[in-house]
Write a protein that binds this ligand. Structure first.
Ligand code: FES
Ligand code: FES
Length: 155
C-alpha cells in the first residue's frame, strides 16, 4: 500500500492504493468515475481508454501507482460544464454509438487521434488508428463519421 497523489480531471487527489491496483480500478472504484468502462481487462478492447499526460492510454494496462504525479483526464472531464466537448457532440450528432459501452474509450481515443493529426484526417487513417478500440454494435461506420466531424469541429 502506498500513498499516491495525481490530478484527475483537473482536481488533485491523494489516496492510499495497493501497489497492484490498476488505474481503471482506481478510477472506477476509488474515485467513482464509472464512465471509464472495463470490457476485457486484458488490453484488447479499449473501453478503458483515458488520457495520461495528454496521451490516450488503456487504463487497465497501467498501475495507479505508476501515474503518481501525473495528470489523468477521463470521459467525465472532457466537457466544459454543460457544454459537450466537440468530439462528444459529434458522436451524438452522427449516431456514433448504439449500446454506448465502447463510447467513452472511443471518444478519448478520438480526441487524441484528432490532436495527433492537426492537418486533417481521412477514413483510412481513422480506421487504422482505431485498431485498439473494439465496438461490437455499430459496424464502425458512424464512429468513423463522428471522429471525422469531431476532428473538424476541434479545428
Ligand atoms: Fe482495458 Fe479492455 S478493459 S482494454
Ligand atoms: Fe456498443 Fe460500441 S456501441 S460496443
Amino acid at each position: 500500500m502506498s500513498e499516491v497523489t495525481l490530478t484527475v480531471n483537473g482536481r488533485e487527489v491523494t489516496r492510499d492504493v495497493e501497489d497492484r491496483t490498476l488505474l481503471s480500478t482506481f478510477l472506477r472504484e476509488t474515485l467513482g468515475l464509472t464512465g471509464t468502462h472495463v470490457g476485457c481487462d486484458t488490453s484488447q478492447c479499449g473501453a478503458c481508454t483515458v488520457h495520461i499526460d495528454g496521451r490516450a492510454v488503456k487504463s487497465c494496462t497501467v498501475l495507479a501507482a505508476q501515474v503518481a504525479g501525473g495528470e489523468v483526464v477521463t470521459i467525465e472531464g472532457l466537457a466544459s460544464g454543460e457544454e459537450l466537448h466537440p468530439m462528444q457532440a459529434a458522436f451524438r450528432e452522427n449516431h456514433g454509438l448504439q449500446c454506448g459501452f465502447c463510447t467513452p474509450g472511443m471518444i478519448m481515443m478520438a480526441v487524441e487521434i484528432a490532436n495527433r493529426h492537426p492537418g486533417g484526417l481521412d477514413e483510412d487513417t481513422i480506421r487504422k488508428e482505431l485498431e485498439g478500440n473494439i465496438c461490437r454494435c455499430t459496424g464502425y461506420h458512424n464512429i468513423v463519421k463522428s471522429i471525422d466531424a469531431g476532428a473538424k469541429a476541434m479545428g
